[in-house]
Ligand binder design. Structure first.
Ligand SMILES: O=C(O)CCC(=O)N[C@@H](CCC(=O)O)C(=O)O
Ligand SMILES: [Zn+2]
Length: 346
């Protein structure tokens, strides 16, 4: 029997924002293990070998509520036996205390603390071990435990977000840097099924959750931006339906057809550069409301700091995730340019 009241794992998580004791229960189809607040492993009963182990995370930023609500609904469908999983899934609500204050984070951006970055330096209060640093370390441990438990041939991780700004391309994915490895048609088709046809190819390592799963565990891993930041209960669920159906299918063993891949169906972009905020007076050179993927001409102003202008280096350089309020030393703008994946894809 479930010990999740009203089958609402999000409510349980938010009621216990810092800790939930580990527990286990099962029905005739699935075993459920709560590992911590916001961390739930669900596994099909009866099989011991699986072709794919799936990590689904949301709420790494607490105010990005649409994917949090979507994942909660998928969990509810399992708990109420509406659907039956074919593959084990680790569900993660990343930062429950920040969900409860409707903020991106409490002290520090959790999505800059992975790959053991939580060990480095101190936060703005001089603290080495704030809750977000502790959470990053724990989440890394849970993901490792999950992938080690199943030791499946394939691993994937979809880290679901929503963006702060409007966006020329409403839904888009970040494909973490994978060195010389090829991009995967299967993954592009899965994104397309989710209604995500704009993909940003990262060109170097990062300290994000998706890069961590990709680089440490070899998972097919993505940060996926499904729309714009809104409060709990304010999201238009119809806009997330294709993402939800695709993830439900994946969990239930229904895969996309990778032979349908055609690059013409996508907007493929590669990161041209990452502009770091180096001084406290950093300011954007454009309207704060400008949409992600707005293009600039060579020489147009992107930002100013310490008396210097930072300008577009080439025509068509487009901005993504502009944020002058980040901490000094962090990424304040990404710029992207068109690219092709045709030379390195399987
Ligand atoms: O809209 C924004 O400025 C931020 C949206 C967001 O949280 N994006 C992620 C992207 C992570 C990645 O680069 O893989 C982030 O900034 O953490
Ligand atoms: Zn986010």
């Amino acid at each position: 029997m479930t010990n999740i009241k009203n089958n609402d794992f999000l409510a349980l998580t938010r009621q216990h924002e810092n800790h939930l004791p580990a527990s286990r229960f099962e029905d005739n189809k699935h075993s459920f293990e709560i590992w911590d607040t916001g961390v739930l492993q669900v596994s099909p009963i009866g099989a011991s070998k699986f072709d794919l182990a799936i990590v689904l995370s949301a709420g790494i930023h607490g105010n990005e509520t649409a994917p949090i609500e979507m994942i909660n609904e998928l969990i509810k469908e399992i708990l109420t036996k509406e659907i039956t999983l074919k593959r084990p899934v680790l569900f993660i609500f990343g930062n429950p205390p920040s969900m409860n204050i409707n903020k991106r984070f409490v002290i520090e951006n959790l999505n800059r603390l992975f790959c053991s970055t939580y060990l480095n330096g101190v936060d703005i209060n001089g603290d080495r071990t704030n809750l977000e640093r502790q959470r990053a370390e724990k989440l890394e441990g849970y993901v490792a435990r999950f992938y080690q438990t199943y030791d499946s041939e394939n691993k994937c991780h979809y880290d679901l977000h929503t963006a702060i700004k409007d966006s020329v391309h409403e839904k888009f994915a970040v494909y973490p840097y994978i060195g010389n490895s090829p991009w995967k048609t299967q993954q592009f088709e899965l994104l397309r099924a989710m209604d995500v046809t704009t993909v940003m190819l990262m060109q170097k390592p990062a300290t994000t959750f998706s890069y961590h799963s990709s680089s440490v565990h070899g998972a097919d891993s993505f940060t996926i931006e499904l729309g714009k930041v809104r409060g709990f209960g304010e999201n238009d669920k119809s806009k997330f339906e294709k993402a939800k159906v695709t993830l439900r299918n994946l969990m239930c063993g229904i895969d996309v057809d990778k032979t349908l891949f055609d690059e013409a169906n996508f907007v493929m972009l590669k990161v041209h550069r990452s502009i770091t905020k180096n001084y406290g007076d950093f300011e954007l050179g454009f309207d704060d409301q400008l949409a992600n993927f707005s293009e600039f001409k060579e020489g147009e102003l992107l930002a100013k700091e310490n008396g210097d202008d930072i300008v577009a280096e080439i025509d068509g350089e487009a901005i993504v995730f502009p944020n002058a309020a980040v901490e000094i030393g962090q990424r304040a703008i990404l710029t992207v340019v068109p690219t092709s994946v045709s030379k390195s894809i399987i």
